[in-house]
Ligand binder design. Structure first.
Ligand code: ADP
Ligand code: MG
Length: 1078
């Protein structure tokens, strides 16, 4: 029967000590060692986890590991604390069973670390969500705060918990965390005032001094230097691997997450500072008064600062350190304190202050993390309590701690050993009794209400008269002398009279984990835990709200004369409650073992481990497990779980569950000794058998799942198929219909085509026949018409022959003329007088008519055109006509003037004020005004002049001033001479003897020569009283200069300066005018 599980496969040594073969203490230790050497620090004894402290970080706490162990069977994977945490969490969530995780072991064995792993695992696998995450974070972050205030470096552990801690994590029905409650047990407060060599005070003092900002330290009136404080041991002030400053930041951050207010944190730090200050207060003896020793504060500076910090009046505190008031029966007696008493009072105050602060912190955290709902909760308790302690010098604290461990061992025995055996008896299963050591007897020695050590200590403390540690020891010696586990030199038991290892002032108890020697000194004091009322009243008077809260008994209004319960009593009571609490829960054990005393990795000290294995009772544990059965389960749940493994029990078993299980297991053919049938439970001897059942079940479930899958898939496929089939029928019906439709349409189309062809053919045939018939009829008609015509013509020919020719001719001519005129009408040219086009003539005999029509049309067109003219336009055209008559084909300049309109006034003489005078000369009308070039008669050079032509005269005037240079009446003008060339040169010839002719004829030049001369000519022609001005056009003419006659001759040349003419006087007789070549 091979079951594949990783717990059993590839194991280093044996993963579960129950399977160890052969079983002996040596093999047990050997197995632990082998596993430890391979970094396998966890080993099972059944469901108990043994954890070896590796003293080094191992990669086995990663998120992947969490996933690996999540929801897996406990024995499925290699041993791990996560497997235990998962098992506990799942049975809490799924079976509603409250759980507790009991972590035991020596100081430094890894309990606190284990508790953190458990918590972080549960946090990782439980539900998620904003609210849940906040709760988780708060629960996890309570650890750093409590560790800072409650942990310290000891010789065994650099981060040793100096208080016991039990934390209940509360879950809702879904398994989501909703809150928690922390209980703390007996803080080792003596550490506040004194530490043994190599140890430190609580972490928070060092963290505050290293990590606080200068500002904060100043506020708290503290100095960063550790050596300034009496309460801080110096030899191990700094610890390797501990960064106090960083831890301080972590703690403050954690406090914030847990929900501490800023002012609360401030108050807490003030109290921490006050404790440090308190340690620095020193006393000196004062002179005796009334025969009592008195003391005074030595240096009041620290006292003053402390009082300032807490808001206490200095004299109140000072007095509380010097006097002690005892009240009894309404009487107040005040006694002075000597130096030793003053120191005692100071230390008592420091210890009380710190431990009360710690308890307040726990309560405050509880306040923050408590569940916000009243609904039923499931609880998982995690107990991390100080381990068994055996020091060289053991005192009251060790006694109390070891008592607590005895009680835990009791629970372990109760639940695992006794409970197991009793269950076998209850179930009626054959059982060979296993001997184990029951430590109830030791518990009784300590806690018995009458004869127990704690009861006697209380008795001594409450007894009137002188009570000392010696009287207490005496009492123990008398009462406990007979007890097997009590040893004392002075007891009546003569056994120890000569035992020198047992000093007189000590007693020894044989704990389940070994013998421990306790020194009686300090027991009474520590149990009393007295704080003088004067001090608590002084503290109550402080102007500091937290301080007031910590010392309620200092309130004078509530003076309570009853003694407070002793420390031992309180502890016993709280341990009692804890035990009751634990007994209601399903326990899960983690038993921590320390491999060596050096806090070193890789060292395995056999003797040390052996010692722990022994006192933890691990061998007995294994034996009970092996003798018994590894697994048990009620018949009903067993049947429910495995019924699918057998045909008879699946799916329902009708008979009693026990029978069903029997049938089931028998059918599986397992060895009979593997099982025992109890009254209500089935017991399975070997975990392997269980694994086998589980594996079978898993396979069977797989098969069942496959079956369900198969049926479901079959059903699904069939439904799908039917649907497809139905769809296919519909589709094919539609398709067939469509195909038939198509086919029918095709046939119909073809029929129509054939039909149309046939009809067409028939129609064409009919048409042909009809046409033929019609042609025949026409032919007949034509022939008969011809025949008829011939006959008629034959008959009438004699009447027509005389004048038919003439008539036909006229008719034809008429037709031709008609056609000609109608054609002409259509092709008539445009109405523009310059349009030269004219349609061509169709017949030669119409040539004359055609030309005549063209002339007539043109004349008519011109007349039409002229009739549109206004008077001005008409005058303009007349002028243009006159110019044409004068110069056309006579002067080369003429064509360029045709396109230029004759404006007349080019210098705007009427508008220009300069020419006002000139204008007035014109009387009524300026015919022409323009700038011309007057040519000097002597040298031929030109000068600009205004040329003004009026009806009666022409005037030459200065261009700039308008001053008249010469005025010539038109009557004096005989003729004008111009060249045939393309120039503007002209000569005005005057009549001989005229007044204006004194200097001779005028030679002028203008581009507008054509206009000037035309106007001059027309003005002359218009007036009746003078002869018309003659125009000579010739390239050589004579002009009269004074007496001389000069010949003006035009030659071709290149006139300079872009002028059109250049005149040069050659001699007295000749003036040469160069004009541009044509
Ligand atoms: N599982 C672990 N892995 C690594 N180091 C561990 C582990 N358990 C314990 N340690 C180391 O041992 C030291 C002491 O452990 P701790 O839990 O404080 O002991 P205890 O609470 O039993 O006194 C820790 O500070 C840590 O350095
Ligand atoms: Mg611890």
């Amino acid at each position: 029967m091979e079951v594949k599980t990783s717990l059993l496969d590839n194991m280093i040594g044996v993963g579960d000590m129950v399977l160890l073969e052969p079983l002996s203490e040596d093999t047990f230790i050997e197995n632990l060692k082998k596993r430890f050497d391979h970094n396998e620090i966890y080993t099972y004894i059944g469901s108990v986890v043994i954890s070896m402290n590796p003293y080094k970080s191992l990669p086995i706490y990663t998120a992947e590991k969490v996933e690996e162990y999540r929801n897996r069977n406990f024995y499925e994977l290699s041993p791990h604390i996560y497997a235990l945490a998962d098992e506990a969490y799942r049975s809490l969530r799924d079976q509603d069973k409250d759980q507790c995780i009991l972590i035991t072991g020596e100081s430094g064995a890894g309990k606190t670390e284990a508790s953190k792993f458990v918590m972080s695992y549960v946090a990782a696998v439980c539900g998620k969500g904003q609210e849940v995450n906040k709760v988780k974070e708060q629960l996890l972050q309570s650890n750093p705060v409590l560790e800072a205030f409650g942990n310290a470096k000891t010789v065994r552990n650099d981060n040793s918990s100096r208080f016991g801690k039990y934390m209940d994590i509360e879950f809702d029905f879904k398994g989501d965390p909703i809150g928690g409650v922390i209980s703390n047990y007996l803080l080792e407060k003596s550490r506040v005032v004194k530490q043994t060599r190599g140890e430190r005070n609580f972490h928070i003092f060092y963290q505050l001094l290293s990590g606080a900002s200068d500002d904060l330290l100043k506020k708290l009136k503290l100095d960063r230097d550790f050596s300034k404080y009496n309460y801080l041991s110096l030899d191990s002030a700094t610890v390797n691997g501990l960064d106090d400053a960083a831890s301080f930041r972590t703690v403050r951050n954690a406090m914030q997450i847990v929900g501490f207010m800023e002012d609360e944190v401030q108050s807490i730090l003030e109290l921490v500072a006050a404790v440090l200050k308190l340690g620095n207060i020193e006393f000196k003896p004062e002179s005796r008064v009334n025969e009592f020793d008195e003391s005074r504060v030595k240096d009041k500076n620290d006292l003053k600062e402390m009082c300032e910090l807490l808001g206490i009046e200095q004299f109140v505190l000072e007095r509380a350190f010097s006097f002690r008031t005892v009240e009894a029966k309404m009487e107040k007696v005040s006694t002075t304190l000597n130096v030793a008493q003053a120191y005692y009072a100071r230390d008592a105050l420091a210890k009380n202050l710190y431990s009360r602060l710690f308890s307040w912190l726990v309560n405050r955290i509880n306040e923050s993390i408590k569940a916000q709902t009243k609904k039923p909760k499931k609880v998982m308790g995690v107990l991390d309590i100080y381990g068994f302690e055996i020091f060289e010098d053991n005192s009251f604290e060790q006694f109390i701690i070891n008592y607590c461990n005895e009680k835990l061992q009791q629970i372990f025995i109760e639940l695992t050993l006794r409970e197991e055996q009793e269950e076998y008896v209850r179930e009626g299963i054959e059982w060979t009794n296993i001997e184990y050591f029951n430590n109830a007897i030791i518990c009784d020695l300590i806690e018995n209400n009458k004869t127990g050590i704690l009861a006697m200590l209380d008795e001594e403390c409450l007894r009137p008269g002188t009570v000392t540690d010696e009287t207490f020891l005496d009492k123990l010696n008398t009462v406990c002398a007979e007890h097997q586990h009590f040893e004392s030199r002075q007891s009546k038991n003569s056994k120890f009279l000569t035992d020198h290892s047992l000093p007189h002032n000590c007693f020894r108890i044989q704990h389940y984990a070994g013998k421990v020697l306790y020194r009686a000194e300090g027991f009474v004091d520590k149990n009393n835990d007295l704080l003088y009322r004067d001090l608590s009243q002084a503290m109550y008077k402080a102007n500091h709200s937290l301080m007031k809260l910590l010392f309620p008994e200092g309130n004078p209004a509530k003076v309570n004369l009853k003694r407070p319960p002793t420390a031992g009593f309180q502890f016993k009571a709280s341990v009692g409650t804890l035990m009751k609490n634990l007994l209601t829960k399903n326990p899960n054990y983690i038993r921590c073992i320390k491999p060596n005393d050096k806090k070193a990795a890789h060292i395995f000290t056999d003797s040390l481990v052996c010692h722990q294995v022994r006192y933890l009772g691990l061998m007995e544990n294994v034996r009970v497990r092996r003798a018994g059965y590894a697994f048990r389960q009620a018949y009903e749940s067993c049947l429910e779980r495995y019924k699918m493994l057998c045909k008879q029990t699946w799916p329902q078993w009708k008979g009693p569950a026990r029978e069903g299980v029997k049938v089931l297991l028998t059918s599986l053919q397992l060895h009979a000794e593997e099982f025992a049938y109890g009254r209500s439970k089935i017991f399975i001897r070997n975990p392997r058998t269980l694994f086998f059942l589980e594996e079978k079940r898993r396979q069977c479930l797989e098969d069942l799942a496959a079956l369900i899958q198969k049926i479901y898939r079959g059903w699904k496929c069939r439904t799908h198929f039917l649907l497809m089939k139905k769809s296919q029928v519909v589709v094919s019906a539609w398709y067939r219909r469509f195909a038939q439709q198509k086919k029918y349409q095709n046939i119909r189309c073809s029929a129509l085509v054939v039909q149309s062809f046939i009809r067409g053919w028939k129609a064409r045939k009919l048409l042909r026949e009809l046409k033929h018939k019609k042609r025949c009829e026409q032919a007949v008609t034509t022939i008969s018409a011809f025949w008829h015509g011939t006959q008629v013509r034959r008959e009438y020919r004699k009447f027509f022959r005389a004048n038919a020719g003439r008539k036909i001719y006229d008719f034809t001519i008429q037709r031709i003329m008609q056609k000609y005129f109608l054609g002409l009408k259509k092709t008539m040219p445009s109405m523009s007088p310059i349009d030269k086009s004219w349609p061509s003539r169709p017949y030669g005999f119409l040539d004359g008519t055609h030309k005549e029509l063209r002339r007539v049309f043109h004349l008519w067109r011109c007349k039409k055109y002229c009739s549109q003219f206004t008077v001005e336009k008409k005058a303009t055209y007349e002028e243009k006509l006159a110019a044409s008559e004068l110069f056309k084909d006579k002067k080369a300049l003429y064509p360029s003037s045709v396109g230029q309109p004759f404006k007349g006034d080019y210098v705007e003489i009427t508008k220009n004020p300069k020419y006002q005078k000139l204008n007035s000369l014109a009387e009524d009308k300026v015919l022409l005004a323009d700038v011309v070039s007057k040519i000097n008669r002597a040298n031929g050079k030109g000068a600009p002049r205004i040329f003004l032509l009026t009806k009666k005269s022409l005037v030459l005037a200065d261009q700039k001033t308008g001053q008249v240079k010469a005025s010539v009446p038109l009557l004096d003008l005989s003729s004008v001479s111009v060249s045939t060339q393309n120039d503007g040169f002209f000569a005005l010839k005057l009549k001989e003897g005229a007044v204006s002719a004194a200097k001779g004829d005028f030679l002028l030049s203008s581009d507008r020569l054509i206009e000037i001369i035309t106007k001059l000519h027309r003005t002359g022609a218009a007036s009746a009283d003078r002869n018309q001005i003659k125009i000579d056009i010739s390239d050589e003419f004579l002009v009269q200069f004074k007496q001389d006659k000069v010949c003006v001759k035009f030659i071709h040349g290149t006139p300079k300066n872009g002028n059109s003419v250049a005149c040069k006087r050659k001699n007295n007789r000749l003036l040469e005018v160069s004009v541009p070549s044509p």
